[in-house]
Design a protein around this ligand. Structure first.
Ligand code: HEM
Length: 138
C-alpha cells in the first residue's frame, strides 16, 4: 500500500473517530444481517467486542507505516481467531460489513478510492490472519 492510500485510510478514519462506538455497533448489526449464523460465535458482550474491534482498527491505522509489526500482530490475532471457531469464508463477510460500515459512516466522504484503500488494508490483515489460522489447524 502506498503513501496516498495510507493517507486516505488515516483521513477517513479520523472523520469516524468521534463516533467510534456507534461505528462498532453498526458494524456488528450489518455483519449479523449479512450472515446471522455468525452471531453464535460471539459469546461475550457485543458492545465490549465493538470497542475491542474499534481499538484494534485505530491501532492498525496508526501503524500502517510499520507493516512488519502489523503483520506480526495479525498473525497472532489469526491464531486466536481459529480458536474462536472463525472460518476462512467468514473473512469475506467481515470485509463486506466493514466497507458497508465505512460507507454508512462517511456518507459523501466515501469514494471508490477510499474503498480501495480500506479494502487493501483489510485484505492484507485478513490474508495474514487466515494463513496463521491455517497453520494452527494443520
Ligand atoms: C481484520 C480482521 C479482524 C480483526 C482486526 C478482528 C479483531 C478482533 C479483536 C481485537 C478481538 C478481541 C479478542 C482478541 O484480541 O483475540 C476479536 C475477537 C473475535 N473476533 Fe475478530 N477480528 C477480525 C476478523 C474476524 C472475523 C472474520 C470473524 C468471523 C466472524 C471474527 C470473529 C471474532 C470472534 C468470534 C471473536 C471473539 C468474540 C467473543 O469472545 O465473544 N473476527 N476480533
Amino acid at each position: 500500500m502506498d503513501q496516498v492510500q495510507i493517507d486516505r485510510v488515516r483521513a477517513s478514519h479520523a472523520l469516524l473517530a468521534p463516533q467510534a462506538q456507534a461505528m462498532g455497533s453498526a458494524f456488528y448489526r450489518f455483519l449479523f444481517e449479512l450472515n446471522p449464523e455468525l452471531r453464535r460465535l460471539f459469546v461475550g458482550d457485543i458492545e465490549a467486542q465493538a470497542r475491542k474491534l474499534m481499538d484494534m482498527l485505530a491501532s492498525v491505522v496508526e501503524h500502517l507505516d510499520q507493516p512488519e509489526q502489523l503483520l506480526d500482530r495479525a498473525r497472532a490475532l489469526g491464531e486466536r481467531h481459529a480458536g474462536y471457531g472463525v472460518q476462512e469464508s467468514h473473512y469475506d463477510d467481515v470485509g463486506t460489513a466493514l466497507l458497508h460500515t465505512l460507507h454508512a459512516g462517511l456518507g459523501a466522504h466515501y469514494s471508490d478510492e477510499v474503498e480501495e484503500a480500506w479494502a487493501s488494508v483489510y485484505g492484507a490483515l485478513a490474508e495474514a490472519m487466515m494463513a496463521a489460522g491455517r497453520s494452527v489447524e494443520a
